[in-house]
Design a protein around this ligand. Structure first.
Ligand code: FES
Length: 125
């Protein structure tokens, strides 16, 4: 059995929404000190909806696939809906991750959440 699902391979080889948003409304960075992988999420918020989501990831294949799918899951969602993107949901959306790669999905959900926190803080909320 292959280690990674077809969905993971697809998002790893062809990641969506890679890049940076220059005038982002919120930025969230998360890293794992053990593996050294880093993720940064950039969001634009329009009328309480995430109108744009981009990311930069320095990390393993699973981390790149996670970032890509998180960006797709979050795009167009309200702040409240985007908050509900959990690591378990991310892994499910990727049709599973190997056990030793679960922490990669944590990074994605946390980096997105931090970007939302940053946005809310800037709004004084
Ligand atoms: Fe650490 Fe993937 S091995 S994020």
């Amino acid at each position: 059995m292959p280690i990674y699902s077809d969905t993971v391979m697809d998002h790893f080889t062809n990641p969506r929404n890679v890049g940076e948003i220059e005038d982002a409304d919120g930025i969230g960075e998360e890293g794992n000190p053990v593996c050294g992988d880093m993720m940064t999420f950039y969001i634009k918020v329009d009328n309480n909806h995430l109108s744009d989501v981009k990311f930069k990831t320095f990390g393993c294949g699973a981390a790149i696939a996670v970032s890509s799918i998180v960006s797709e899951m979050a795009m167009g969602k309200t702040i409240e809906e985007a908050r509900k993107i959990t690591p378990a949901l991310v892994a499910k959306e990727l049709e599973g991750l190997p056990k030793n790669k679960f922490h990669c999905s944590n990074l994605g959900a946390q980096a997105l959440n931090k970007a939302i926190d940053d946005y809310l803080k800037k709004q004084g909320k």
